[in-house]
Each structure stands twice: as structure tokens, then as C-alpha cells.
Write a protein that binds this ligand. Structure first.
Ligand code: PMV
Length: 361
């Protein structure tokens, strides 16, 4: 969107020499999946996600004016330890937004970041990490240039920048549920930034989400490579059509509190995501034997007990267990007695739908 491109935001015009900002941003779980993109990080279909809470990133960004005038000066620390190997990825992102934030060129930036979950737990940290960084950058802009944003404008700009770093990240800052991608099924939706999904039934605002760690290995194929493989996947067009149909069916279920419809669509979307990976050329499989055991057991428990518990998956082997808050105790006992034995070292992360990003002191 052209109004985000602002060549006058240069280091020379900035009001401050140094400062520090800090934000927390959560991960999110897509019910309708984004898989396939084009242009400058634009989605092939609209997606909707639940904002999580316990799985989050805390980021502190320090900035200090320098006189180098060229190239971005950047240092990354994770849990206080410099991670030089991780720096090029963030530098690439910061360079890629030089049309929006030309001032970054005149500052030395230091990002101190930490995830609430072990960084090699097989949980993608790009959504929480990228959105936490974007939150810091937009606050930095406000401090340097006195830009005044309403809360909604602030989050929209954060979402716009997050999207340029990682598509799924542009849904993380909003409370409860967020959507990204233009669709007739949601007013105000856009390909350029995520928007909050307001007015959903209470049952989804308090939904529990348990992340079962079936495997901790790094993904064998990155999301970037996975999205690119959609360009030559013969099922892609049908997939994008189905995603939109699913979006249209999901929205009324979210407003009405129809957990069954939400759950059925969510499971179908998760399996479709992995089916697309398996039918790409070259094909790849991120699911592990334990993933399948876990999915089967969740379905069997639902059939036996009538408890409305459903699963989802990200681009990895770790199932997310979704259940209304009212069934949390029953499902936790089931997880402990039946599911943890199939998890890596019995690992599970207890999470729930949350309120989005928060400013840190
Ligand atoms: O945000 P990326 O480019 O890492 O893509 C990840 C997309 C999925 O997590 C697999 C699905 C989604 O919509 O979050």
C-alpha cells in the first residue's frame, strides 16, 4: 500500500539519537491455512487464525544513530547470547523494507529476543518473532518521527510489516482471531495486512490449544520452499478455491459458536496442508509416525466420548489439540494418559486463545 512507503522517514530527519522499545507477541494457529503466495508476499488464499498466548516471543530493540550512511548495522541476541548465524535473515528483511523505513540505514540496531518455548521444540517461531520485531519497529518510528497512530492504525502497520517478513506473522498481534487475505466473506479483509475478526462467539475466545511435540527436528523443507512448490502443484487451483469455500463456511460457525463445523473444517485444512506437501514436486513428508498415532487417537477419543476435541497441524509434525474450555480437564487427563507417551520426551505445551501483542516495560 503506497501510503506505507515514505521516503521522508530518513535517519537525517529523525528526532532521536538512541532509544529502546520492547514488545511481546504470540504465535498463532491457522484454522484456514495460508499455503502458496505470489508477488511481494501476497497470499493465494485468505486465512484465519486463533491468536495463541503461552507460545510467544519477547523482543527488545535498542537503536543508536551511526554515521555509516550505508548498510544496516544489526546484532541479534537470543537469550542474551549473540547469534551471528541468525543475523543475515533479519538483515535481509530489514533491507527489504527500506522503502517503508529508509531511516533504518542510519541506525545501529540490537535485537534481544527470547521465545517462551524451547527454540528447537519444532514449533515455528517466525510468526511470534517477526511480529514482535515489527511491533518494535513501528514504535521506533513513532519515537523518531512523532507519528501518531490510533490503536487500529498502529496494529495495521505492524501487520503490514510483519507480512513482509513472514506471511503468517501478520495475524499474530490481534486479540482472539485474525484473518489475512482479501475475501468476500469478510469486510475489510486485505492481502496487504491482517485484520481482527470481531464478534466471534465466546467459546472460541476461550478455546484451549495443547501443542503435542511429536518431533523436535528442524523442518526438512522450509516454508519459503514449500510455498514456492505450490506454483507447480497441479492441485493448487482447486486448493485455493476450496480454501475460499471453507472460509465462507467457517465464518458463520465462528459467529454462532458451532464448534463441530469449526473442528471439521480445521482438521480438513490441516490434512490438506500436508497433502499439498506430499503432492508437490519434489514431494516431502513432515508428519512422523507418532503424528499419525496422535491424530488417530484424538479422533477415536472424540468418537468414544462425544467430547468436541479436534486437531490441527502447522508446517511440522506437532499436532495442536483444540477444545472448548469447558472440556479442558477431561482432555488434559486424556492427553496425560494416552497422548504424552507418543510425544518427544513427553513434551507438550499448554496454550489457549489470547489477547494478542503487549508492550513490555
Ligand atoms: O508464514 P510462513 O511463510 O512461514 O508460512 C506458514 C504457513 C502455515 O503456518 C503453514 C499456515 C498458516 O496459515 O499459518
Amino acid at each position: 500500500m503506497s501510503h506505507y512507503v515514505n521516503p521522508s522517514l530518513t535517519a537525517v530527519a529523525a528526532a532521536l539519537d538512541s532509544g529502546k522499545v520492547a514488545w511481546r507477541s504470540p504465535s498463532n494457529l491457522a484454522l484456514i491455512k495460508y499455503w502458496g503466495k505470489h508477488g511481494r508476499q501476497l497470499p493465494r488464499n485468505a486465512s484465519v487464525s486463533l491468536t495463541l498466548s503461552a507460545a510467544h516471543t519477547n523482543s527488545h530493540l535498542s537503536f543508536e544513530k551511526n554515521d555509516k550512511q550505508s548498510g544496516i548495522d544489526f546484532e541479534l541476541r537470543y537469550d542474551g547470547i549473540r547469534k551471528e548465524a541468525w543475523e543475515p535473515k533479519t538483515v535481509k528483511f530489514l533491507n527489504s523494507i527500506s522503502d517503508v523505513y529508509p531511516f533504518l540505514n542510519g541506525y545501529t540496531l540490537q535485537l534481544d529476543t527470547i521465545n517462551s518455548f524451547p527454540h528447537s521444540a519444532g514449533i515455528a517461531s517466525s510468526a511470534s518473532g517477526m511480529s514482535a520485531l515489527a511491533l518494535c519497529l513501528v514504535e521506533m518510528e513513532q519515537l523518531l518521527f512523532g507519528t501518531e497512530y490510533t490503536q487500529a492504525e498502529f496494529l495495521q502497520k505492524v501487520s503490514y510489516l510483519s507480512r513482509l517478513g513472514s506471511g503468517s506473522a501478520c495475524r499474530s498481534m490481534y486479540p482472539y482471531l485474525a484473518a489475512w487475505g482479501e475475501t468476500l466473506h469478510l469486510d475489510g479483509s486485505s492481502d496487504l495486512f491482517g485484520v481482527p475478526v470481531d464478534g466471534v462467539h465466546e467459546v472460541f475466545k476461550t478455546m484451549r490449544n495443547y501443542i503435542l511435540i511429536a518431533g523436535r527436528e528442524e523442518k526438512s523443507v522450509s516454508s519459503t520452499a514449500g510455498h514456492a512448490l505450490m506454483d507447480s502443484n497441479l492441485y493448487a487451483d482447486v486448493r485455493y478455491k476450496e480454501a475460499d469455500l471453507n472460509f465462507g463456511k467457517l465464518m458463520p460457525a465462528l459467529y454462532e459458536g458451532d464448534v463441530k463445523t469449526m473442528g471439521e473444517i480445521t482438521e480438513h485444512e490441516a490434512l490438506t496442508l500436508h497433502a499439498l506437501m506430499m503432492t508437490s514436486h519434489p514431494s516431502y513428508i513432515l508428519l512422523l509416525p507418532n503424528t499419525l498415532i496422535l491424530l488417530q487417537k484424538i479422533r477415536a477419543f472424540r468418537a468414544d466420548t462425544g467430547v468436541p476435541v479436534y486437531f490441527s497441524l502447522d508446517a511440522g509434525p506437532n499436532p495442536h489439540v483444540l477444545v472448548p474450555d469447558a472440556y479442558a480437564d477431561q482432555v488434559e487427563s486424556f492427553i496425560e494418559s494416552e497422548l504424552l507417551q507418543h510425544c518427544h520426551e513427553g513434551m507438550m505445551i499448554k496454550d489457549q486463545v489470547g489477547l494478542g501483542s503487549t508492550k513490555l516495560a
